[in-house]
Design a protein around this ligand. Structure first.
Ligand SMILES: Cc1ncc(COP(=O)(O)O)c(C=O)c1O
Length: 400
């Protein structure tokens, strides 16, 4: 077997299962999970109908590059959402089977492990796929710690020059999982300058881009930042997804967009990898990317949840509104006296509410795990269930 497999860590949810396996939750409370970041709002009917109307496509092999119709729908969406003058659907867009597989496979295509000391720079805490992708590509992950003073955006200034010299790939997550931090234009200016200086590629994971709280201020995207700064898309690829935007995590549909030269090589890799998107999913994806009404409705549900729940939890935990996304990132130890894992166990045992310990989502870096003693609270269920879960968290904290 590939010896690099031995370097992979168990997934955070496996660690959570092991942490709570001996617990029998208190009787009388129905289970409420804020653990997994899986959208729970219903899938819009028109997307299901577009899927079933296209089932005839199952009799054809799809092209890895996807249909022109899908690439055009994605390019149109990008131009509108990020006010880009011209995205070329033939060369600057590729459909992928959800952003997860693309984040993973992109690292395999980009990293040159024959160069000594290959590094992949990840935020910390982070989405664990980045780490596994780096390791299996033969690189070493390096972690930029989140900075509480900047609503938990990674502190790239703390990364030394000798590290940047070895970085081949930088994973950015904006809006961030789990912190919700969104990179601003100044952050992007800095990252582009570093990429120009050291020659690394930027992979910007933007799968939470459509979950935000002010209709007038959608999160800035990487391509948008490049355009605003008068750049082209050199060494920049963004990853986006319908999973959260359109409540179709089971459809496995997303895209990558950006640097045409990188996408050409990535397409070559994917042709061998064998990950063309089913024709029926492609047709449903065209429908989903072409409609914004369902996205606004979806967003309005998150706005209601965060408006109620963030202040409620603020009474008992150190927690602030995230910039965007559907997670609350709450520090627990200062006000409860419990560590993140102790808090998680207690909440499940006494109130049958599941959260995810932050330390499972971060790594020791520069002598600290910046996610320790935080918990991630995924507000994915419908409003009433989330509110009840939050009320139980308040009760739990008050009982300590
Ligand atoms: C930060 C981040 N990136 C990517 C993904 C993958 O999403 P999908 O593969 O459904 O597009 C997730 C899923 O939870 C995520 O949290």
């Amino acid at each position: 077997m590939n010896p690099l497999l031995a370097k992979l860590q168990p997934y955070p949810f496996e660690k959570l299962r092991a942490l709570v396996q001996d617990i029998t939750p208190a009787a009388g409370f129905k289970p409420i999970s804020f653990g997994i970041g899986e959208p729970k709002h219903p899938t819009p009917l028109f997307i299901k109908e577009a899927l079933s109307d296209a089932l005839g496509g199952l009799s054809n092999y799809p092209a890895t590059q996807g249909t022109e119709a899908l690439r055009q729908a994605i390019a149109n969406w990008l131009e509108k959402r990020y006010r880009l003058p011209n995205v070329n659907p033939a060369t600057e867009v590729l459909p992928v089977n959800g952003s997860r597989e693309a984040l993973f496979s992109f690292a395999q295509a980009v990293v040159d492990a024959s160069r000594p000391g290959a590094l992949v720079l990840c935020p910390n805490p982070f989405y664990q796929i980045y780490e596994g992708a780096a390791l299996l590509a033969g690189a070493t992950p390096y972690f930029a710690n989140s900075d509480p003073a900047r609503n938990f955006a990674p502190d790239y200034d703390a990364v030394p020059a000798e590290i940047w010299q070895q970085v081949q790939l930088l994973f950015v997550c904006s809006p961030g999982n789990p912190t919700g931090a969104v990179l601003g234009l100044d952050d992007w200016r800095k990252l582009f300058a570093l990429s120009d200086q050291y020659g690394f590629t930027i992979a910007s994971d933007e799968c939470y881009s459509e979950i935000y709280f002010d209709e007038e201020r959608p999160p800035l995207g990487g391509l948008e930042a490049a355009h605003q700064l008068g750049r082209n898309f050199d060494r920049l690829v963004v990853f986006s997804s319908l999973s959260k935007r359109s409540n179709v995590p089971g459809m496995r549909s997303g895209f990558v967009a950006g640097d045409a030269a990188l996408l050409k090589q990535f397409l070559l890799y994917r042709t061998y990898h064998g990950c063309a998107m089913s024709p029926a999913i492609q047709a449903a994806s065209v429908a989903a990317w072409s409609d914004e009404a369902h996205v606004r409705l979806n967003r309005s549900k998150y706005v209601r949840k965060f408006q109620t729940i963030a202040p409620l939890l603020g009474e008992v935990l150190d927690v602030a509104m995230p910039d965007a996304g559907f997670y609350l990132w709450a520090r627990v130890d200062r006000r409860t006296g419990l560590s993140d894992t102790e808090f998680t166990r207690r909440l499940l045992a006494d109130y049958n509410v599941t959260v995810l310990p932050g330390s499972f989502l971060g790594r020791e870096s520069q002598g600290t795990n910046p996610a320790k003693n935080f918990v991630r609270i995924a507000l994915v269920a419908e409003v009433d269930e989330c509110t009840e879960g939050a009320q139980r968290i308040v009760q739990c904290c008050r009982s300590l």
